[in-house]
Design a protein around this ligand. Sequence first.
Ligand code: ATR
Length: 291
Amino acid sequence: MGEIKGTTRVCGLIGNPVGHSISPVIHNTLADLCGIDMVYTTFKVEKGAVDTAVKGAHALDILGLNVTVPHKQEVIGALESVDPLAEAIGAVNTLVRTEHGYKGYNTDILGLERELEEEQVELKDSPVILLGAGGAARAIAFLCVSKGAKEVAILNRTEEKAAVIAEDVNRHLQSKAAYAMKLSDYGKLTGENYVVIQTTSVGLYPNCDDAVIEDEDFYKRAAVGVDIIYNPAETKFMKLMKAQGKPAYNGLKMLLYQGIIAYELWNKCEVSEETAAHILQKMKEEMGIHE
Ligand code: ATR
């Protein structure tokens, strides 16, 4: 890490817990590689103290903050303004300093968008299947519909949660593209060439042999699979995709790019592909990801 001086700008992560986060590695390595006089650390913030923390951060001239669990929704009330996509999603993970407060963004979803672009996974006019209906699925459903997906089938064990997301997305974006299905009804999907995005926690280390759907006929209908899990590096879902000859990607680049995009917003810079590759390698080393 570069020397901390009187001129060093501070950024950080607010959440609880924060000690396990990879974000300090991402941002402090970026600062080193880009030669920017900035340091990044974590701030544990209790529930109910978010507003005070954000106002205090502004008073302390803190350049930017990331926000993690459990504050991604609550923080919105403490902001000066919110990016429209983040506002629609209802979750903010990045605060960028403005004169009178912070502007909120959701770089988790912008990170996935950049990963999909890089892997040439096209959402526009594509049929999409989302597996799961938690916070991540909600954000991804907004991304898919806003990018012009032909249809977005949200499949969840608890169908009602998928229905709430589908209704919210369609209403906000004045679309009919999103719809809910019970996970076990996947056999009713008769289309072809789906972009399938796996957002459930099923398959996460140490349950590496689990996938929400095992049936190979399901994977035959896919064009490509994206799992937002990154540990293990190759999930069962990805293996099932690849067994049908379909490309499959994990969520590590989504995590990388959510950090890079936040960094670019704070420092008004563009991180090169070479630097991004370097950070990705460093993340792999630090995180003890199971291959
Ligand atoms: P996140 O905010 O990261 O998306 P979450 O809100 O906890 O996480 O959502 C977890 C998702 O994984 C949910 O869609 C959950 O399904 P339910 O809504 O029915 O609970 C899904 N999930 C978790 N364990 C599952 C399992 N064993 N089988 C099927 N789905 C599962």
